[in-house]
Design a protein around this ligand. Structure first.
Ligand SMILES: [Zn+2]
Length: 329
């Protein structure tokens, strides 16, 4: 346990910035209770959410969450893999870290290779993980350049000055390690003094899962929902509409026991009413009382439904096939 944590166990926004330098991790305690941004790249902000839960925000884009139990530490998602989170978090994790992936997208699982214990949903591994690993052959033959996703996501200027695309690509080319555990809806991960319940949340991908912490009541959902930022329900790896609507019904049905909702992108620590709000809006999409707007998006032709300053992007074909209302402006 890092000694300063016992002194600074206050909730929210304990900010630390960390970076690689000559093979070692330097951790700077910046400024408590402020949002000062350090110029070191890539920007990694570690925010303490409770005495045992930390948010690790990478490049202002995506967040992973570390949960320390009395017998085990779990890291929900492993980031882009630019930094070795097993090094970054070694002074904060109280036990050896096991990765628990919400889904396998590169901003959530590329760092898995730094860990020996990883878990994800059986469906995600079978539907997408195996395919991903097969696709890494294309890195070796030069037809896929994984580091190009940073320019696609407009994050290029956030990369560290010594970022080496070749080294990064070679790391990704190793593929995702075979998960040491495969889980499904209703399973529990035992951390000793707390349990993480697996909630199947297929929508963004067919095998996405969320984690409900019994101790804090926090729900960590990856990209199953977002108040702002990325909420893409239009991707090739998406679930069917039938499964998708079941997901938001399931989340609505358990919403009252949730004390904070934590998506991986955009606003965090949302109230449980957020899940009820999504459920209601999804019903409006279904019954035609909410009209979508066609968008030519970089992820493909889509329809955006405005849930009140945020909302999901559906695939245009799904919307047409289901007969949901939308306009082309
Ligand atoms: Zn994703």
């Amino acid at each position: 346990m890092c000694p300063f944590l016992s002194h600074f166990s206050a909730r929210f926004f304990t900010l630390i910035s960390s970076t690689f330098k000559q093979g070692s991790i330097l951790i700077f305690l910046l400024k408590l209770y402020s949002k000062t941004i350090h110029s070191v790249k890539p920007q990694i902000l570690i925010k303490q959410l409770s005495s045992s839960i930390f948010e690790i925000e990478e490049m202002g884009f995506v967040s992973s969450f570390l949960i320390n139990g009395s017998k085990k530490s779990i890291l929900i998602d492993s980031g882009f893999g630019i930094l070795n989170y097993s090094e970054v978090l070694k002074d904060i994790a109280t036990h050896e870290i096991e990765i628990a992936n919400t889904h396998i997208h590169p901003d959530h699982s590329n760092g898995n290779g730094y860990f020996t214990q990883t878990l994800m949903s059986e469906t995600e591994w079978e539907n997408h993980g195996l395919k991903w690993n097969k696709a890494t052959e294309n890195i070796k033959n030069g037809t896929w350049n994984p580091s190009s996703m940073f320019s696609y996501s407009e994050m290029e200027d956030q990369l560290p000055a010594d970022f080496n695309a070749e080294t990064y690509n070679a790391f990704i080319a190793k593929g995702l390690p075979i998960p040491t555990r495969l889980v499904k809806n209703g399973d529990f991960i035992d951390l000793g003094d707390r349990q993480l319940e697996i909630i199947a949340t297929p929508a963004h991908t067919t095998g996405s899962i969320s984690f409900l912490d019994s101790e804090s009541g926090f729900l960590f959902g990856g990209d199953a929902f977002a108040k702002s930022g990325l909420w893409l329900l239009n991707l090739k790896c998406r679930a069917s509409l039938e499964e998708l609507f079941k997901t938001y019904e399931r989340l609505n049905s358990i919403s009252k026991k949730i004390k904070g909702v934590f998506p991986a992108h955009g606003k965090k620590n949302l109230p449980h009413s957020f899940l009820q709000e999504i459920h209601q809006k999804m019903n409006e999409v279904r019954d035609g009382s909410l009209e979508g707007v066609f968008k030519k998006h970089k992820t493909g032709d889509s329809v955006f439904f405005d849930f009140g300053g945020f909302g999901p992007m559906f695939h245009v074909e799904d919307v047409k096939n289901a007969g949901f209302k939308f306009v082309i402006k």
